[in-house]
Design a protein around this ligand. Structure first.
Ligand code: URA
Length: 444
């Protein structure tokens, strides 16, 4: 087989066979095909896309390039949850204990954050002693005991994706829908769960800016999932302002704990109940979404979801006292407020700018190996649609370094778009996609 012929085929919009895809991926992993030829092929895919056959084959080959986690020792249906990411997205931390308290087993393998969005693993590492590099055997044992555990990808999970992703990152080929779909789904398939619930976000703080791209990505991931005999649901939601009020590792963890104490922000609660109820359907715990929502509200109200987080923290070596008393979590040395120069209504809070500002304060990584400051970040005091007076607080910055504060002050202030008229309401959750197609969310 000849790699130049394969590149030319894709360049001329022809379908690649499973053998050709396998040849390319194996050749790249073994270093017999160089970066520059793979880059050319990725760019041809960027322009010409991939059909459903190619997509299914590429994903499966990437998934099988490493270990496929065997979760069969855990009884019942195992459901995985994933988000394409966003600013202030602490959903996983709140959601896992909720659905686990409702009886669903959720073995969650998560990544660290890069760029303007934070990673679940980083947020959880705000808890002293919390270990995320458990062995797969210990991970499975914990899920068997308490229904949930979260570990980092500390083993060869879809190594072909890891290598390709690094190349896409430097060749302008990240934003290709088939390449994103196969990248995410290869890791989900290798993760071994029976069913998948994926939150695809769109808007300024998300990976994809446009609604139609989010729908397209969702459809492609459903196709790949179902093809691999994994029931797959996609929840499409908007990320045109940060989720909740807190952005930054320890601050986000505290907000997730508040939600489990039934004091969480409305938007975070809405998305947790929606995704959680779909997970309960996927796991066969309930048949209808409204029943799932009822159970999830109940486990928050009776404290079982909060207790579940404490159990998970204890089993993973973390200090439970910090969950009971979040004041004990890492705290920045300084706090300062940002004030509004205008009176009016908040029309928009540019999520990307807030995410970047939080990263510049030290909460996120600019490079893969950067160290992060778990204590810093931003607490929003206003959200879209709120009225604001001149001189009122828009946000509070938590920081440890005065130079960094100076750098981000104006960026945070200008992320707030304040106008005279109240903005029109736009829903947070806009679509649900499964094997039957795309539909508007309907809880009745
Ligand atoms: N997340 C992934 O895992 N892969 C992509 O390509 C994009 C987002």
């Amino acid at each position: 087989m000849n790699v130049i012929e394969i590149i030319n085929k894709k360049k001329n919009k022809m379908e690649l066979t499973i053998k050709e895809i396998e040849f390319v991926i194996q050749g790249y992993l073994k270093d017999t095909i160089p970066d520059y030829q793979i880059s050319a092929l990725l760019m041809a895919v960027w322009f010409n896309g991939m059909n459903n056959n190619e997509l299914a084959n590429l994903t499966e080959i990437m998934a099988r390039s490493g270990k496929i986690v065997n979760l069969s020792a855990i009884p019942g249906k195992k459901v995985d949850k994933h988000s394409t990411g966003g600013v202030g997205d602490k959903t996983t931390i709140a959601l896992l204990p909720m659905v686990a308290a409702a009886g669903l087993s959720v073995p969650k393998i998560s990544g660290r954050g890069l760029g303007h969005t934070g990673g679940t693993i980083d947020k959880l590492e705000s808890i002293s002693g919390f270990k995320t590099d458990l062995t797969i055997d210990r991970f499975i044992e914990i899920v068997k005991e308490i229904h949930c555990s979260i570990i980092s990808t500390n083993f060869d999970l879809a190594p072909a994706d890891k290598k390709l992703y690094a190349l896409r990152d430097v060749t302008g080929t990240i934003d290709s829908i088939p390449l994103i779909a196969s990248s995410i789904m290869s890791k989900k398939i290798a993760g071994g769960a029976d069913a998948l619930v994926l939150n695809v976000t769109f808007g300024s703080g998300a990976f994809l800016r446009k609604y139609m791209d989010a729908i397209q990505l969702g459809k492609e991931m459903v196709h790949i999932g179902e093809n691999n005999h994994k029931q797959t649901y996609i929840v499409v939601s908007s990320m045109d302002q940060p989720l909740g009020f807190a952005v930054g590792n320890s601050l986000e963890l505290q907000e997730a704990i508040s939600l489990l104490n039934n004091q969480g922000p409305e938007d975070l609660m809405e998305i947790c109940l929606f995704i959680g109820s779909i997970m309960l359907i996927a796991g066969g715990i309930v048949k209808q979404q409204k029943d799932g929502i009822e159970i999830l509200k109940e486990v928050i109200e009776n404290g079982q979801a909060f207790d579940k987080l404490k159990e998970m923290v204890k089993r993973q070596g973390g200090d439970q006292r910090q969950i009971e008393n979040p004041e004990l979590l890492p705290k920045s040395k300084y706090k300062d407020d940002i004030y509004s120069d205008f009176k009016g209504y908040i029309h928009k809070i540019d999520a990307r700018s807030i995410g970047e500002a939080s990263m510049l304060l030290g909460a996120g990584r600019e490079q893969k190996n950067s160290t992060i400051d778990l204590s810093v970040g931003i607490i929003l005091k206003k959200k879209k649609g709120d009225s604001v007076k001149k001189g009122e607080i828009l946000a509070t910055l938590h920081y440890n370094d005065h130079d960094k504060f100076e750098k981000v002050h104006d960026k945070v202030k200008s992320a707030f778009d304040i106008r005279n008229k109240k903005p029109a309401y736009k829903p947070l959750i806009v679509a649900l996609i499964d094997r039957y197609g795309v539909r508007k969310p309907n809880l009745s």
